[in-house]
Write a protein that binds this ligand. Structure first.
Ligand code: NIG
Ligand code: FE
Length: 404
């Protein structure tokens, strides 16, 4: 027997991300509806709009009259957050490194190796328990789609192990064997690149949707990154790249030339980088938690948006540079310190994240979308930035089922 539909009522403000005009910017882009309702069936949004405009056709009337009703008593509802950049499978703890940084030490890519050592030592059960706890933490804060990267194993077996564990909880898995050169290859980094594009890619390509590399001083050069990403693309993986986190470099140009879905960090951009991004379909994914936790200057979201670049916000949740799983926190920082309006930040954390994963089924709440949505204990989406640090998420639904 078919499960009954769900009629969500009592929505004070609904963010659909379905603007009346496709080209709409600013607040218009959010496709706001007040006093709204939403009809959900088989995990999908069937209809959303003003409650007093529910279509009166027979099929609708029947579905709605049979439906289970969820009354949200005036809550704000928005699409679940799409966190397109996380590193959630790891062992160990780097709080001492964070404390040293807050006492003046600089962040470098080298810290990745200490997490790598702890991750290699951890059992599958330990990594799984921790990952499951992170997923609970994410969903409770309104994230309903999340990408997870490998990158703390850096052997063939360990990278495949991390991707296998990640695939239990998400379809958005990313092979990041090129996170940093492990110490055993310090004398010959190109031999490590050979391994990544050879045996490691053979083992990991079937377990991943994406390939990524950390193109930065202390990690991989643009030439090495190009080789790695091209090898992944040839195996059918989608391309994404970490670039320009610590200094400007050739990473943006590389990502755009490979039609990457996303280039992430984008903290240090030249005018030429911004122009390249604006003329491409590569999303610039900004990671406010990374600058917050490394005490670095924030990326300039305003400059990117004004140039016409599609911007996403993600958590970059990882034990080194950004140990937050909270998209509401990232939204608040992006508004306060990166020049975004609340509407832009909410769009970037939902529809922007979906674009960075080249997904059309999530990040909006129009007919046909997955019924992934969040209810806020607040009269408007603006409160996500206006009330930083306050747990406003009152419920999260994934494919129409209550998940938090
Ligand atoms: O996105 N930049 C590379 N990877 C992570 C940092 C990982 C770490 O320090 O452990 C990032 O910031
Ligand atoms: Fe990262």
């Amino acid at each position: 027997m078919r499960a009954p539909a769900t009629l969500v009522t009592g929505i004070g403000q609904l963010v659909t991300n379905e603007p009346a005009q496709r080209s709409a910017g600013g607040v218009e882009r959010l496709g706001l509806v007040t006093d709204a309702a939403m009809l959900v069936s088989d995990g999908l949004v069937v209809w959303s709009g003003r409650a007093d405009e529910l279509p009166s056709s027979d099929a609708f009337a029947l579905a709605a009259s049979d439906a289970d009703v969820v009354d949200l008593h005036g809550a704000t509802v928005l699409p679940g957050f799409v966190d397109s950049h996380t590193h959630l499978v790891f062992g160990g703890d780097r709080s001492a490194e964070f404390e040293a940084r807050m006492s003046g030490a600089a962040y470098t890519a080298g810290g990745i190796r200490s997490t790598m050592a702890a991750t290699r030592e951890a059992t599958d059960a330990e990594l799984t328990d921790r990952l499951d706890a992170f997923v609970t933490e994410l969903v409770a804060q309104g994230t309903t789609t999340f990408e997870i990267k490998s990158g703390y194993g850096l052997t063939v077996a360990d990278e495949a192990r991390l991707l296998t564990l990640a695939a239990r909880v998400t379809d958005e898995t990313t092979f990041l064997g090129a996170h940093v050169v492990p110490s055993e290859f310090a004398a010959d980094p190109d031999a490590y690149v050979d391994l990544v594009v050879g045996e490691m890619l053979d083992a990991c390509a079937p377990l991943a949707r994406w390939i990524d590399a950390f193109c930065e001083e202390g990690a991989f050069t643009p030439e090495q990154s190009r080789r790695i990403l091209a090898a992944g693309a040839a195996r059918g993986l989608g391309v994404r790249l970490h670039a320009s986190q610590l200094a400007p470099g050739a990473g943006i140009e590389l990502a755009v030339s490979l039609d990457a879905a996303s280039v992430d960090h984008c903290t240090h951009l030249t005018d030429a980088d911004v122009a390249l991004l604006a003329g491409s379909s590569t999303v610039a994914t900004l990671l406010p938690g990374a600058e917050f936790s490394t005490r670095q200057p924030y990326p300039d979201a305003r400059r990117l948006i004004d140039a016409g670049v599609t911007v996403a916000i993600a958590s970059d949740c990882n034990p080194g540079s950004s140990f937050t799983s909270s998209m509401p926190f990232c939204i608040a920082v992006a508004v306060r310190d990166m020049g975004m309006t609340p509407a832009e930040a909410v769009w970037s954390a939902t529809a922007g994240g979906a674009a960075a994963l080249r997904r059309t089924d999530v990040g909006h709440l129009g007919p046909g979308a997955r019924a992934d949505f969040v209810a806020l204990r607040a009269p408007s989406y603006v409160h996500l930035a206006y009330r930083p640090g306050v747990p406003l998420v009152d419920g999260a639904w994934r494919a129409g089922t209550r998940a938090a």
